[in-house]
Ligand binder design. Structure first.
Ligand code: GSH
Ligand code: FE2
Length: 357
């Protein structure tokens, strides 16, 4: 079975796609965003996938790819178009190549026009295609920089995308209105720049008159992406907490495992956000935990030292996850959730005060 997720970066309106093979657990990511690497890594980990490759549809002008950073973390190979001019990739793709992940694969189609190194990736059964900035939903990529060429883009769309089966779903690299997916049939009929009986010259005339401002990040994004996301400013990773070994979840929560909490116990303020009856009840509580029921937390943050990390605990880890959100909103930089709460803490054999053993 195919595992498929569409992810969004609100800053650049970029879609990142995760495709995995449920049998082998091998997966690829298409068009990652540097600032979203932690999110993507969390999802890959939670779905128990092995990231074999990151793919680019093109050298992006509006954000830096996370390909290089993810390679450092996962050992994933970096694949880009040969015609992109990018250096430092592990694989240089051309028309007709196959990118395999487990039993599945993507077929590479060269679709130049937005840039001369643009690729479209078509899933093995032609059920979906990832069109980058060549074909957007009811739109197209711009053609006014990075070797853009409206004539080439028109031909790419008509010969290599709209020739796919009508039901083939098309997933673009961006959407600026919140639209998520389209199909070959829809774009053939309704694309206002390229559909119906619109000819190549009509399209070129349309594109000459777009008058869009250049992407804000173009001057930093293009040089970094020409090195597959290795940045000139020396930033090699996203900043992460160092006070304990924490895990970031796809839900957006920093978690600490019971063992790591034991090791960091003298550094942290531990708050138990259950109700008093639970704190003094059968599960007991952790030595040194301060009782602040979740409903009171927002009003009692003055009782906590802002410069010291705070770990929140509850019965199962749900209310304490919300406690970390409340703490962050109150300006606490280092807040983490005890993964699995008192239930996991006890199951893992860590000591409790009170309670029934
Ligand atoms: N405002 C955006 C720029 C968006 C932009 O120019 N996007 C390119 C793709 S890299 C495009 O082709 N846009 C087509 C359109 O907006 O119609 C930014 O500053 O990043
Ligand atoms: Fe682009």
């Amino acid at each position: 079975m195919l595992i498929f997720r569409q992810l969004f970066d609100p800053q650049s309106s970029t879609y990142t796609y995760l495709l995995g093979d449920s049998h082998s657990r091998e997966a690829v990511l298409i068009d990652t965003v540097f600032e979203q690497a932690r999110r993507d890594a969390a999802l890959v980990g939670e779905l128990d996938l092995h990231l074999v490759c990151t793919l680019e549809t093109h050298v992006h002008a509006d954000h830096i790819t996370a390909a290089w950073m993810l390679k450092q973390q996962f050992g994933s190979r970096i694949a880009v178009a040969k015609s992109s001019g990018a250096e430092g990739a592990d694989r240089y793709l051309t028309q007709g190549d196959k990118v395999e992940f487990g039993d599945r694969h993507l077929q590479v189609r060269a679709t130049p026009g937005h840039t001369n190194g643009c690729l479209t990736y078509v899933l093995d059964d032609d059920s979906m295609a990832f069109t980058g900035d060549c074909l957007l939903i009811r739109g197209s990529g711009r053609t006014d920089f990075q070797q853009g060429d409206a004539h080439a883009l028109y031909r790419s769309v008509h010969t290599r995308i709209l020739t796919l089966p009508p039901s083939c779903l098309l997933y673009p690299a961006h959407d600026y209105r919140g639209l998520t997916v389209t199909s070959v049939e829809e774009e053939r009929r309704f694309n206002p720049r390229l559909g119906g009986r619109i000819g190549e010259a009509d399209f070129a005339g349309y594109m000459e008159n777009l008058h869009l401002p250049h992407p804000k990040q173009i001057d930093v994004a293009v040089p970094a992406n020409l090195k597959c996301g290795q940045r000139d400013d020396g930033v090699v990773s996203l900043t992460a907490p160092t006070w304990a070994a924490l895990t970031y979840t796809f839900a957006g929560i920093w978690e600490i495992q019971p063992q790591a909490l034991e090791e960091a116990a003298d550094k942290v303020q531990l708050i138990d956000v259950r109700e008093p009856a639970e704190f003094n009840g059968g599960l007991g509580h952790i030595h040194g935990a301060k009782l602040i029921p979740l409903g009171e937390l927002a009003g009692r943050t003055a009782e906590l030292a802002r410069e010291r990390p705070v770990v929140a605990v509850c019965r199962s880890g749900a209310r304490s996850a919300q406690a970390t959100v409340i703490l962050q909103q109150a300006g606490f930089k280092d807040a983490a959730n005890l993964a699995g709460g008192m239930l996991r803490w006890r199951a893992d054999g860590h000591p409790v005060e009170g309670g029934i053993s």
